[in-house]
Design a protein around this ligand. Structure first.
Ligand code: DAT
Ligand code: MG
Length: 206
């Protein structure tokens, strides 16, 4: 049995319909077991270690901001290595414009590296990541209160289109404003936390 770290990144932890869809997928437990999900806002040093192999890449400062700006949902999955590989297949490729149609990232990720969920990519990285994160929080606690908010809209595809316009600077300001309005409908974050969500999502565009 292998262990893998699972994280609902801020775009999935705080867009309620997406959070609900991904929790339902995890709860299917087809050949895997979820230990539970805990709310946790990682410090920069933890994200720096977790993504140490990406240090020096141009998107690295954004990635650290993205992963530390808000509380995320963290948990552990246990599965046979082949099943873990299958889960990664269902998750889809890293960058949204390359993600396989029908994968979770193609369906729920917004743009670039705003790709909704982290899942360890092998038993080796799973071991390393669960040990690293286990020094900061109890991955087996699983006490997150998710609540049900099925009434919230899921604007993923509309947001992706607007992010593409921002990136191409086609009515860029207007597209950014419209994306912000749609995000407000999707989340219960307010004030500084809502601003942080918008900052890190639109920040992916660079
Ligand atoms: P994955 O999350 O599919 O395992 P990874 O481990 O290679 O991908 O990278 C970790 C995260 O870093 C990824 O989820 C999003 C971000 N990232 C990686 N490559 C990127 C790129 N070329 N542009 C933007 N973000 C990227
Ligand atoms: Mg990875």
């Amino acid at each position: 049995m292998a262990s893998a770290l699972v994280i609902f990144k801020p775009d999935a932890a705080h867009r309620l319909a997406v959070r609900e869809a991904l929790s339902s997928w995890l709860a299917e437990e087809r050949g895997w077991k979820l230990s539970g999900l805990t709310w946790y806002q990682p410090p920069k040093e933890l994200i720096g270690s977790h993504y140490d192999f990406l240090q020096g890449r141009p998107f690295f400062p954004w990635l650290v901001d993205f992963m530390t700006a808000l509380p995320v949902l963290v948990g552990r999955v246990q599965a046979e290595p082949a099943e873990l590989e299958n889960m990664r297949y269902e998750l889809g490729e890293t960058r949204i414009h390359e993600s396989r149609p029908g994968s979770l990232r193609e369906r729920y990720g917004i743009w670039g590296g705003v790709n909704c969920m982290h899942l360890s990519d092998s038993p080796e990285s799973g071991e390393k990541e669960t040990q690293l994160w286990g020094r900061y929080l109890d991955l087996t606690r699983g006490d997150a209160q998710l609540g049900a908010d099925g009434a919230r809209p899921d604007h993923t595809f509309h947001l992706r289109s607007l992010f593409n316009q921002v990136a191409a600077n086609v009515h860029g300001d207007l597209a950014g404003q419209e994306a912000t309005r749609l995000l407000r409908e999707e989340t219960d974050l307010t004030g500084d936390r809502f601003d942080a969500l918008c900052r890190v999502l639109l920040g992916a565009i660079g």
